[in-house]
Design a binder for this molecule. Structure first.
Ligand code: URA
Length: 241
């Protein structure tokens, strides 16, 4: 939906600095809207419709931002923390001026796919228990994995406070430390660790590899991130519509 916004807010959202920095750029006559120089920072524009030039270059405005991040270990899924580094702290430039937040959580010691956005509606839909979006994980656990474990995941596992929905366990390698893939449609606190614990196995490594049809880009090293492509955003939205 097109919405009128103050030009200083739009420029700040697009990475031209704080409101104060932006006011200076506007005062200096560096901003044109539909062919006219604008010197009023409170001037209202339709950012998706009006032609906005800054320093002579056309501004490409994105109302929402969608980022995939490969969360490294030791970083927490929050927007701010006094002690720990957060996933938002890993972002730079124009992205630090947008109110981006992580959709859902991964434990501090887990790695992998985190979506960061300022699209509250999509976040709500993805997190809603109704949407049943599958999340995929790669895990390494202490102990041998068996056919019984696969069946237990399929049937749902009784934890202290609830019984899990049917989940999919695919064994990659059964060994003293086993490797596997897990698909779950819920996201309760420490869920995967608790599911394996209930079967007497301890998770020693956990990485989220997909949220619904959105797969973690394998070229992103831990700590790296990029915006979603239009195609990725489309398939993600299709998961919840
Ligand atoms: N399950 C867990 O135990 N931890 C996570 O971070 C995600 C799922």
């Amino acid at each position: 939906m097109e919405k009128k916004e103050r030009i200083d807010k739009i420029l700040s959202m697009c990475g031209f600095g704080t409101r104060k920095d932006v006011k200076k750029i506007i005062k200096e006559g560096e901003v044109m809207v539909n062919g006219e120089v604008i010197k009023d920072a409170g001037y209202h524009v339709l950012p998706e419709v009006d032609e906005i030039l800054v320093f002579g270059e056309t501004l490409v405005f994105k109302r929402n931002i969608y980022i995939m991040l490969n969360k490294p270990k030791g970083v927490i899924c929050a927007t701010y923390d006094k002690k720990d580094k957060t996933v938002v702290d890993l972002l730079e430039g124009e992205y630090s001026h947008r109110n981006l937040f992580p959709v859902g959580r991964l434990d501090k010691d887990a790695e992998g796919l985190i979506l960061l956005t300022d699209d509250g509606m999509l976040a709500h839909k993805l997190l809603s228990p109704k949407s049943k979006v599958f999340k995929e994980y790669y895990v390494e656990v202490e102990g041998y994995l068996t056919q019984e474990d696969i069946l237990a995941f399929e049937k749902g596992i009784q934890l202290e406070d609830f019984k899990t929905q049917p989940a999919e366990l695919t064994i990659i390698e059964s060994n003293k430390v086993s490797k596997a893939k897990v698909k779950i449609s819920e996201g309760k606190f420490h869920q995967i660790k608790r599911m394996f614990e209930a079967l007497g196995k301890r998770v020693v490594y956990l990485k989220r590899t997909a949220i619904g049809a959105l797969k973690l880009d394998s070229t992103l090293s831990p700590g790296e991130w990029r915006e979603l492509t239009d195609e990725e955003l489309k398939i993600l939205k299709e998961n919840v519509d």
